[in-house]
Design a protein around this ligand. Structure first.
Ligand code: ADP
Ligand code: MG
Length: 325
């Protein structure tokens, strides 16, 4: 089974062009769609999930025309939306059973069996009698996968499932997600590159509705291998350092800034060769650090908007300075 997205564009009524000629072919396995906030991920996920229409373009799932035959898509779709609300006063087993009925599992014995299987699978069987309102963020998201798996879907879409989870919950969630079979298509949309690095075998990077890159994470790392360098930089020197070098990412460790820099050769004193990580690649693509015609953008001429990188509490954040949102 393949999901083929061709030239999909969407401009909202307020003039925001959320998708700009998106073409992607997605096979079975875990596919990561990564991009900063506002890059069009949810718009694309909702469009594939038949919840909204694009202006132009086509989407095909196997032999099904997704935009025309919505019912056929919905029968094989499992969807965990970005804003997944749960009824706080109902317990997990009751809600999942209710959702299973809606999904067409009307035989009581079969339904009990399915519900138990899914709750065990996502590690919530022991918590099945607890009200959903008492669940942690991670437990809610794992419940979200359980409901997305109802009816053995062939296409599973999870939109920003790890946002707001603490590291332990996030790991648990990703582990459960990656246990979903290799024979189905799973699309994980996220702004966290490490999610993709951890569980995805294929990925695309999207910014401002435009696909900047598509390929296997391993190939992405190979593309920058030998060109990433690491240096610990003291705070007073940071400004000059940013001016002088193509800084990909910065991380705070014990109060010191460790910068990763892109360069064909060792950029100077005190630099060590760094193992490239997917975040380095991501920021190379997002941020036009180039000038070497290699990194960043990938879109000829660009659109005149700049990407800057801010560091907060050791987290690397891309801030789009161009779009005023
Ligand atoms: P992401 O999920 O990557 O954060 P979205 O698809 O939610 O991106 O949004 C893409 C762009 O479209 C953003 O600029 C957002 O503000 C805008 N947008 C999203 N939904 C709507 C809407 N219903 N009406 C108008 N603009 C929207
Ligand atoms: Mg979103």
């Amino acid at each position: 089974m393949e999901l083929v997205i061709e030239n999909v564009s969407k401009t909202y009524a307020n003039g925001v062009r959320a998708l700009d000629g998106v073409s992607l072919t997605i096979g079975t396995g875990m596919f990561g769609l990564v991009g900063p906030n506002g890059s069009g991920k949810t718009t694309l996920m909702r469009t594939i999930a038949t919840l909204q229409e694009p202006d132009t373009g086509s989407i095909r799932l196997g032999s099904t025309d997704v935009l025309k035959d919505k019912e056929a898509v919905r029968r094989v779709l499992g969807y965990l939306p970005q804003e997944f609300g749960v009824y706080p006063n109902i317990n997990a087993v009751t809600l999942l059973s209710h959702l299973a009925t809606l999904k067409g599992i009307t035989n009581g014995t079969e339904r009990e069996h399915v519900v138990e299987g899914l709750l065990r699978r996502v590690g919530l069987w022991d918590d099945r009698k607890k009200k959903l309102g008492t669940f942690s963020g991670g437990m809610k998201q794992r419940f979200g996968i359980a409901q997305a798996l109802l009816g053995n879907p062939e296409l599973i879409i999870v939109d920003e499932p790890t946002a707001g989870l603490d590291p332990e919950e996030r790991n648990k969630f990703l582990n459960h997600l990656s246990e979903i079979g290799e024979s189905v298509i799973v699309i994980l949309s996220t702004h966290i590159v490490d999610d993709v690095a951890q569980v995805c075998s294929d990925m695309a990077i999207i910014r401002e509705g435009f696909v900047l890159h598509k390929g296997e994470p391993q190939a992405a790392l190979d593309e920058i291998r030998g060109r990433t360098w690491r240096k610990t930089v003291a705070k007073p020197e940071l400004d000059e350092f940013f001016e002088k070098h193509k800084v990909l990412t910065t991380r705070l460790r014990a109060g010191k800034t460790i910068a990763h820099v892109l360069a064909d050769e060792r950029p100077g004193e005190g630099f060590d060769g760094a193992d490239p990580d997917l975040q380095d690649f991501y920021f190379m693509k997002l941020w036009r650090v180039n000038g070497d015609g290699n990194g960043g953008g990938g879109r000829e001429g660009g659109n005149g908007k700049d990407q800057s990188i801010l560091e907060r509490d050791g987290h690397v954040t891309a801030v789009d300075s161009g779009k005023g949102r």
